[in-house]
Ligand binder design. Structure first.
Ligand code: PEP
Length: 247
């Protein structure tokens, strides 16, 4: 399976920063055997598409609604019109700060997939869940409740333990690989043999110096990268590690 490395820029960007990133990115050797995607804040989607046309383009969130009186929202159709092939849904920051439920994440994932885009559905446990030994159960339940009628061929699941996001504390390769196995088993229950088409990627303080170890794991198909994706060279190094891991 081709490695998939997705940059989540969160609420970080400017026209100048897009240009700096693109100039540096184009100065680095082209990578093979890995798919790279950038998810900038929505106002910068077109700038990223214009500056890096060979890069996959994704949104950080999407509306579950198609059209109409939903002030501030952006539909999957609009994203597709702007050239997006990907949309992150259910990131823990959306679940925490915007009260997104598994049900609304499932509706968003379906809206994205029904238009032929790839939903990147995020799941992951809090530190308290892990401390109490409930992490497998919490993530399995979240996964099942966050997916509803999504074509497995389009689907990407991002395992993002909340305690590892933006903290500098990454899950160990063994912890991540083990949870990816749990997610794979859950996907198999839902989709049967077709579940093998789903890519399961890891997110949580992935950096150039820990990416190789993570990508060497059998169950890890790529990464969702926050902080370390803001700088072209570090994102390139992570993508390069995925390209090496996929060979
Ligand atoms: C994320 O935002 O999805 C993420 C994994 O962030 P970071 O890499 O900064 O932990």
């Amino acid at each position: 399976m081709t490695g998939l490395v997705i940059a989540n820029w969160k609420m970080n960007a400017s026209s100048a920063a897009v240009k700096v990133f693109a100039d540096k990115w184009h100065g680095m050797p082209a990578l093979t055997g890995v798919e790279t995607v950038i998810c900038p804040p929505a106002p910068y989607l077109s700038a990223v598409a214009a500056a890096m046309p060979a890069m996959g383009l994704g949104a950080q969130d999407v509306s579950a609604h198609g059209v109409g009186a939903f002030t501030g929202e952006v539909s999957a159709e609009m994203l597709r019109d702007l050239g997006c092939q990907w949309a992150i849904v259910g990131h823990s920051e959306r679940r925490t700060y915007h009260g997104e439920s598994n049900q609304s994440v499932a509706a968003k994932a379906s809206a994205v997939a029904s238009l032929g885009l790839n939903p990147v559905v995020c799941v992951g446990e809090a530190l308290a869940d892990r401390d109490q030994g409930n992490h497998e159960q919490v993530v399995s339940e979240q996964l099942r409740a966050s997916l509803d009628a999504v074509d497995p061929e389009k689907l990407v699941v991002a395992y993002e333990p909340i305690w590892a996001i933006g903290t500098g504390v990454t899950a160990s390769a063994d912890q991540a690989n083990q949870m990816h196995g749990v997610i794979r088993a859950g996907l198999h229950d839902m989709y049967g043999r077709e579940s093998s088409q789903v890519r399961v990627i890891y997110g949580g303080s992935v950096k150039a110096d820990n990416a190789g170890e993570l990508f060497a794991c059998d169950e890890i198909d790529g990464a969702l990268v926050g902080g370390a994706s803001l700088e072209a060279e570090s994102f390139w190094k992570i993508a390069q590690a995925a390209s090496a891991g996929s060979q």
